[in-house]
Design a protein around this ligand. Sequence first.
Ligand code: ZN
Length: 130
Amino acid sequence: MQKTFSVRTRSRCCLVDVTGEVRGAIDELGVTDGAVLVYVPHTTAAVTINESADPDVARDIEKTLGKLVPASGDYRHAEGNSDAHVKSTLVGCSEILLVRGGDLVLGTWQGVFFCEFDGPRTRRMIVGAL
Ligand code: ZN
């Protein structure tokens, strides 16, 4: 059982809070207790869990990843987006989330973020019951 939803990103590198979309997918899947896999089927994007209360945290992650993995460097990939591929691998394309009582088991400040590294574009995320 899987559900797919779209994420519209608005800049080249940005974190988008998709916690509500993931909750919606869990509802549609009928998962009440167990776990789901949240998967990003792209090579220049990722998914992570981090603070959703203060938007400055997402901004700081974007900026720091940009410093760690510069846009230009000793890259061979001719498409010109090697930094986005490297960031995708560093952050990762999946997360396992626990579900209890029909809702995500998250800490008070945690949210689920789609991580865009080569936008803006329309992306997909897949939520699969485990
Ligand atoms: Zn590429």
